[in-house]
Design a protein around this ligand. Sequence first.
Ligand SMILES: *Cc1c(COP(=O)(O)O)cnc(C)c1O
Length: 479
Amino acid sequence: MQTFRDRAAAAYDAEHFRRQGHQLVDQLADYLARATRGEGLPVLPWAPPAENVARFPGTFPEEPTGEFSSFMERVLTHSHHLHHPRYVGHQVSSPLPLAALCDFVSALLNNGMAVYEMGPVSTAMEHNVVRWMAGQLGLPESAGGVLTSGGSAGNLTALLAARQAKAGYDAWSGGSTAGPPLTVLVAETAHYCIARSTKVMGWGAGGVTPVPVDANFRLRPDALEGALAAATRAGRKPIAVVASAGSTATGAFDPLDAVADFCERHGLWFHVDGAHGASAVLSPRYRAQVKGIERADSVVWDAHKMMMVPALVTAVLFREASRSSEAFAQEASYLFQGQDTRRWHDVGLRTLECTKEMMALKLYTCLSLLGTRLFSEYVTETFELSRRFAERLQASGDFEVAVPPDCNIVCFRHTPKGLPASEWDALQSRLREQLITRGDFYLVQTTLPKGVYLRTTLINPLTTDADLEALMEAVRRAA
Ligand SMILES: *Cc1c(COP(=O)(O)O)cnc(C)c1O
């Protein structure tokens, strides 16, 4: 008769782990070789949701099955293959294999990070990688911040600190009715998570005051005064301007210096949502795109977008490190034991999370072992590739780009001769559906004022000009 002790010992057996681990790494290496060559596997093995629900049913055996390789093979086969050079879809990285190994370590160690003692190594790494990122942005020595679970959580964290700093009353303790209703000025092209953050904070529908954009989808600085006046007329107290460094739909970079000037004039908090594009600072050639980011009060920067690490690693950076403690101005005395809330090394004081993965491990390790040049060249090369792609589309005669790309997001549409413009929108949707269900490419679509566009993010460092030429051909054939 097996006792619980026997079962637990088997589940934690080091030799069994060694065998499975070797097997798994071999399996993943074979997978990686195939995926990076893009051979013999579709980018997305398209299947309707019900098919995968049936494939991975919610019934579990009572006893161990011993099955491992075949089980993982099914996971690999039916998943979306982000290392495929023809993955040109969402802003999700094709992770560095080294970073995946770090996640493996993180999962086994499970050093949660609410307080220093839970994760001494990851806390130190987080401290230094955050300071390194702040330095790359050009923020002063006084800067600091945290890593958190994604750009959405990061923007909320930054806006909570902005509220504490600029509301003029203590909304944290007194609630959002303890003073005038608040609002932030935001380009109409901003990521939806900004509006969601203000709703979470209880500011209601007027929590975001839209600022119009120009023909290149960049925030119009000349429209800021008008937006400010409109917010005030609506009975709102504006506390911040949020600029995008890389808007989501088209990758447009708002003019940060002009926004910084405006914020200075009006005493507003200047937040930059650089989830996608803050990585531009790593490229000597493209860092001018984010000129002015060094003047921000807070910046959000996703490493799981343009730094080739797997989700999630988002840095929330503050010009004054002490602002980071104000985002969540509360005490959890059983954890923090009434200690000085400005103890930087109890990271949970400053994050939405209590328990958190060892997020810094993969970023710190990849920077340490692979060196910074890879990251800098990665940004430059993907931005360059996007420019060449946009030029090729524009020169083709039967494609049209929505806007010349600011970064590595290119929106375009196929406009074949003889097809009336009224049918272009429906055509783009049909083309995308055909391409992704066949599995030759994975790309997305977006609706802009002029209509439906195919949208590509050239985020996989293995994608080449030839892949993009093949994409144009595949679109033509599908049409
Ligand atoms: C991706 C993105 C977000 C959301 O970040 P997640 O990490 O997906 O939560 C927010 N803002 C911008 C500009 C983005 O590109």
